[in-house]
Design a protein around this ligand. Structure first.
Ligand code: ADP
Ligand code: MG
Length: 257
């Protein structure tokens, strides 16, 4: 974690607290009169993975879509590095939020090569783009496929290309919505570990949505447990796992055993 530069006249105990890369405050959203995201607040620090964990239908994807800017909230604020990027009046458009997205069904472009897919969102000189594409494909172990087309890759390999594509423009924030749920179990563990390595090396702040406690326990620095549109508990994975806030959370976590 980065430390603030020392300020004259202040001892270290009085340093300003670190600013979250992403902070949402009191976000709410209804559909057809039904509140599906209910006053949700959370923070994600640089270099950290926060998991939004909860059963299907509890409002996780809607929360992510509001942060990405493709869905508008009815109330609440979104801040990046301490700056307001969206409330109900002011709104930075999605393409200017420097947010990377990775969804389960976020397919690669079939008519572009692996290298062209990864470089798709990059601007600037061809050489620099090529270097960035090679760097990322090297990190995920797929450099040899740079001139191949996606159909010749396995599901797991395509997922790693999708991760590279999302990370190519150096997003400050990565939003991942159940990115591994289409993969078979054996492959999934490897890809989770590799993905974590790459995300940590890139210093993105990651908000990972999942309905699987096991995935959250494996990947998260912090878990926000969601149910019926609300965050019911938040903390370090083992604290949340060992001391679930209520009976429904105990039942939810019992899946993991
Ligand atoms: P999760 O990702 O946790 O499974 P979602 O955020 O996708 O949950 O959905 C939460 C609830 O909101 C669900 O009941 C879903 O049917 C509803 N919902 C989501 N998007 C829309 C929409 N565009 N219109 C109407 N209802 C929606
Ligand atoms: Mg969802």
């Amino acid at each position: 974690m980065k430390h603030d530069a020392p300020r004259p006249g202040h001892d270290s105990a009085r340093k300003a607290p670190p600013v979250p890369r992403l902070e949402i405050r009191n976000l709410s959203r209804s559909f057809g009169g039904q509140l599906v995201v209910d006053n949700v607040s959370l923070k994600v620090m640089p270099g950290q993975v926060t998991c939004l964990l909860g059963p299907s239908g509890c409002g996780k994807s809607t929360t992510l879509r509001m942060i990405a800017g493709v869905e508008m909230q009815d109330a609440g604020e979104i801040h990046v590095d301490g700056n307001l990027i969206c409330d109900t009046v002011f709104r930075v458009p999605p393409e200017r939020r420097h947010i990377g997205l990775m969804f389960q069904d976020f397919a690669l472009f079939p008519h572009l090569t692996v290298g062209e897919n990864v470089g798709f969102g990059l601007k600037g000189a061809a050489e620099a783009k090529r270097a960035r594409v090679e760097e990322l494909l090297g990190k995920v172990g797929l450099l040899r496929f740079i001139d191949e087309y996606p159909y010749s890759l396995s599901g797991g390999e395509q997922q790693r290309v999708a991760l590279s594509r999302a990370l190519a423009p150096r997003p400050r924030i990565m939003l991942m919505d159940e990115p591994f749920s289409g993969l078979d179990n054996r492959l999934r563990d490897d890809i989770r570990d590799e993905t974590l390595d790459v995300l940590k090396a890139e210093d993105a702040a990651v908000l990972l949505v999942t309905h699987e406690p096991e995935e959250a326990m494996r990947m998260a620095d912090e878990i926000a447990l969601m149910r019926d549109g609300r965050i019911v508990q938040q903390g370090a994975p083992y604290n949340v796992y060992n001391a679930p806030a209520d009976k429904q959370s105990v039942a939810f976590f019992s899946d993991i055993n």
